[in-house]
Design a protein around this ligand. Sequence first.
Ligand code: FES
Length: 172
Amino acid sequence: MLLRDLGPLPEEKLRHTAWKRGKLLINQNTNEPMRPSDIVTGSLTFAKPEGLDEHDHDFNNEIAKAALMIIRIQPDEIKDKRALEWSHEGILAYSKICTHVGCPISLYEQQTHHVLCPCHQSTFDLSDGAKVIFGPAGHALPQLRIGVNDEGYLEALGDFDEPVGPAFWERG
Ligand code: FES
């Protein structure tokens, strides 16, 4: 499902997601909060924020906007300084929503740290701030700043710093 399939999403709706400081990262497959030791180098894991109510009428929209890709890269392989600062010891969290027209990204090439959008083949380098290296996407994938709470679970340190999804919705 495309993010766009969920209906009109004006700028203000895309500017904010369910992420905020202290929200735990929940593994989308297991529904369990994630610890750094769960994230294996070379794997791609999908995460959602804790506490979304599936009975809320906006549930699907909120899940789609907040969907995260989690990967782990050796810190000395991360080229973008801010991306490294926003990681937790090389664990990086990026929006899963392609910045072209909003398909969910799903293909990860662990040798190069590239992710590929299956819709029109935009390719992003997760070792370099998720910058676009191929295809029609107009800008990098937004990154979520993460850390670890007192109980050892991965948590968000805020919302995305820019709107998720396609550029044409929010950029003049
Ligand atoms: S939606 Fe991802 S490349 Fe078009």
